[in-house]
Design a protein around this ligand. Structure first.
Ligand SMILES: CSC[C@@H](O)[C@@H](O)C(=O)COP(=O)(O)O
Length: 383
């Protein structure tokens, strides 16, 4: 399926270019996205001309991270509509591209609902297509605003939890501007702390096996002039033991109604370490990541990724090519356990920071109240 999308190479992508955008060249509308699988080595953009191309980009993690998956899903529906494809089919395929991040289905459903409503009103698919695009654009803008608000609330919370001075913050996976219309979720809070002179060091977990921390968070930290240090995931324990971690900040792919947090695999062990060492473990996510229809952590579907992501090192120029095209680091035929996410129970989460406020302690009632408040404040703001 990979050959269904054209790739455009761009040297020195200018700062500020959105990681995902809609373009309308004479050949027809396209969704252009930064290929995150190639970072930090090169900045290559993918030009998607149909929804299957976006589905493939989502599966391959060219586009990834919960908020961005929602935005990509919405643009995918808009693309199918604008190009006259079967919008319902496209929406189904996009929604099922990855199972864990609830934002993907939120984004797809927002654009689809707008399209359906316009179709019902006009009876004409061509005239309904702009409604899907408007919904995608609105979601994109809302995410940028949410990101700024999360950074504000998160920084205020850090001030409460860690009064005075500057601090060492540990983060996992990638949660910055690469996953957002704005500056991200957990990373946006760390960035706000950096700008306020409150960040002594960002500890960046490499995030095995696909190295979102090493490849992407380190890239973002360097670009923002932050003091950061990369560590292997299994070095985190000794770092806590040495008293070198003041707080942990992570994002989320789905927050169940009881406050259980599904996030990049390796988050749960950090929460256990944080509790043992009396360090706050803070989750930063937009309200759209809270899924009232998922009652608890056990109900979250955890994506299982192919074993070759563990048995091989990802290296595009690797001399030995095997199943995944990487450098083998295990005997051929080795079975691998490769869940993309794990679940942290609410009792290990110090606080959940959203654009509409902070829930702490994390309880089902507290989350439900925040979601209700959030719904009330956005009611009437959307077309
Ligand atoms: C704001 S991003 C929050 C999560 O989506 C992020 O921490 C994460 O786990 C991303 O996983 P990925 O598999 O790279 O899509």
């Amino acid at each position: 399926m990979a050959d269904q999308f054209a790739q455009t190479r761009r040297e020195g992508r200018p700062a500020g270019t959105p990681v995902i955008r809609w373009q309308e060249p004479p050949e027809g509308p396209v969704v252009v996205l930064l290929d995150q699988t190639r970072l930090p080595a090169e900045e290559v953009e993918l030009v998607c001309t149909d929804a299957p191309a976006l589905v493939e980009a989502i599966r391959s993690l060219a586009v990834r991270g919960a908020p961005l998956l929602g935005i990509a899903g919405a643009y995918g529906v808009a693309l199918a509509a604008a190009r006259g494809f079967d919008v319902e089919d496209a929406a189904r395929a996009l929604e099922n591209a990855r199972p864990t991040a609830v934002n993907l289905s939120v984004g797809v459903r927002r654009a689809l609902a707008a399209y359906r409503a316009a179709l019902a009103a006009t009876g004409d698919p061509r005239r309904a297509a702009p409604a899907a695009l408007a919904a995608a654009r609105q979601l994109h803008q809302e995410d940028a605003r949410a990101s700024a608000r999360m950074a504000e609330h998160g920084l205020a919370l850090l001030d409460e939890l860690l009064p005075g001075g500057s601090h060492q913050i540990l983060t996992h996976c990638n949660t910055g501007s690469l996953v957002s219309g704005g500056e991200g979720t957990a990373f946006a809070v760390a960035l706000a702390a950096h700008r306020a002179g409150r960040l002594r060091r960002l500890w960046v977990d490499e995030t095995r096996p696909l190295l979102q921390g090493a490849r992407l968070t380190a890239y973002e930290a360097a670009r923002n002039g932050m003091a950061y240090t990369l560590l292997t995931d299994n070095a985190a324990g000794s770092l806590f033991a040495a008293g070198e971690v003041d707080a942990v900040l992570v994002g989320a792919d789905r927050i169940a109604a009881d406050g259980s947090v599904a996030n990049k695999v390796g988050s749960y062990p950090l929460a256990v370490l944080a509790r043992y060492h009396h360090v706050p473990f803070v989750v930063v996510a937009p309200v759209t990541t809270v899924d009232p229809d998922t009652p608890d952590g056990a109900s979250v579907e955890i994506e299982q990724r192919p074993g070759h992501e563990v048995t091989e090192l990802m290296a595009p120029q690797a001399p030995v090519t095997v199943a995944g095209g990487g450098l083998p680091v295990a005997p051929l035929g080795t079975q691998a356990y490769n869940p993309a996410f794990d679940v942290t129970p609410p009792e290990l989460v110090t606080a959940i920071v959203t654009e509409d406020g902070v829930v702490s302690p994390v309880t089902a009632a507290g989350l439900a109240e925040l979601c209700a408040r959030s719904r009330a404040s956005t009611a009437g703001q959307r077309p």
